[in-house]
Design a protein around this ligand. Structure first.
Ligand code: NI
Length: 179
């Protein structure tokens, strides 16, 4: 059994908070990222941001290439920043490990350029393109939103948002181990 974090669910305040810049990329951060990745795989998610495990630093993990039980290419991002976004938009039905079993079509820029550091502190850029990889385009923007205290339900009407939060609270109450 791998060591995993507990995934925080709405309406936890930590999900609405801004995460802090990581000043030094060290072994502790690398350990955090690898434990976040194990948590993400255990929860069958494609992305996970630090806020979702109750840590307020700018770290996220993604793997949009996994297939069933098979792991794909994991991406670790530290201090990710969107430095360009397209006017063109794309729509994808998003979900979130912090908002289990709730989904909604979310519109975002169809292409973004993201600057980030990897787990060793090396600088990289990722250019997404919704036509080539719709999931990756939405996933990276969804996870960066988390670091800014923003959830996909924040793009919905308050009525719809409150309904989803209530449903999650009910699910959590019924089953402490809800994914
Ligand atoms: Ni999420």
């Amino acid at each position: 059994m791998n060591d995993v974090y507990e995934v925080v669910k709405v309406p936890a305040p930590v999900l609405k908070q801004q995460a802090d810049i990581i000043g030094t990329v060290d072994g502790a951060i690398e350990k955090q990222l690898s434990k976040m990745l194990e948590t993400m795989y255990a929860s069958k998610g494609v992305g996970l941001a630090a806020n979702q495990v109750g840590i307020l630093n700018r770290a996220l993990v993604m793997d949009v290439t996994q297939q069933g039980e098979e792991r794909g290419q994991a991406i670790y991002m530290i201090n990710p920043e969107i430095i360009w976004e397209s006017e063109e938009r794309s729509t994808y039905q998003e979900g979130c490990l912090s908002i289990p079993q709730q989904y909604a079509d979310i519109e975002r820029p169809a292409s973004v350029r993201v600057k980030y550091l990897d787990e060793k502190g090396a600088a990289h850029e990722l250019l997404t393109n919704a036509e080539e990889n719709l999931l990756l385009n939405h996933c990276v923007q969804h996870e960066i939103d988390h670091l800014n205290g923003r959830l996909f339900i924040d793009y919905l009407s308050s009525i719809r948002r409150n309904m989803m939060v209530k449903k999650v609270q009910k699910l959590v109450k019924q089953d402490q181990h809800v994914l």
